[in-house]
Design a protein around this ligand. Structure first.
Ligand SMILES: [Zn+2]
Ligand SMILES: [Zn+2]
Length: 108
């Protein structure tokens, strides 16, 4: 689980020339997508105040707060995305999702 700006993991990336380098990764709290952490990369990511974690920037993740675990549970119950949003909306309002830029943070 990502807390604030701490890395969620590390990985080894192999360059095309065969050189290895260590990278720091971040993970989306809504879909668990991982990406390489590059401050100032210019890629727009988000932050969810409800989950207290980073978002990958995909529309589905940025627009609605559906934590990964609830998404999986919903899919197991056979809900489609619309029904999933409804089931989550009942529990919380979805105001907490914002972009990093609005938070005054660097792009990740
Ligand atoms: Zn995501
Ligand atoms: Zn969230």
């Amino acid at each position: 689980m990502i807390q604030g700006d701490k890395p969620s993991g590390y990985g080894i990336f192999t360059n095309p020339d065969g050189k290895k380098r260590e990278i720091e990764t971040r993970m989306c709290v809504h879909c668990q997508m991982k990406w390489e952490y590059k401050p100032g990369s210019g890629i727009r990511r988000g932050y969810c105040r409800q989950c207290n974690g980073l978002l990958c920037g995909k529309m589905q993740c940025m627009k609605y707060c559906i934590p990964y675990i609830e998404k999986i549970e919903g899919i197991e119950k056979g809900l489609n995305f619309k029904e999933l949003i409804k089931s989550v909306e009942k529990k919380r309002n979805i105001v907490g999702v914002t972009t990093i830029k609005k938070e005054g943070k660097k792009y990740l």
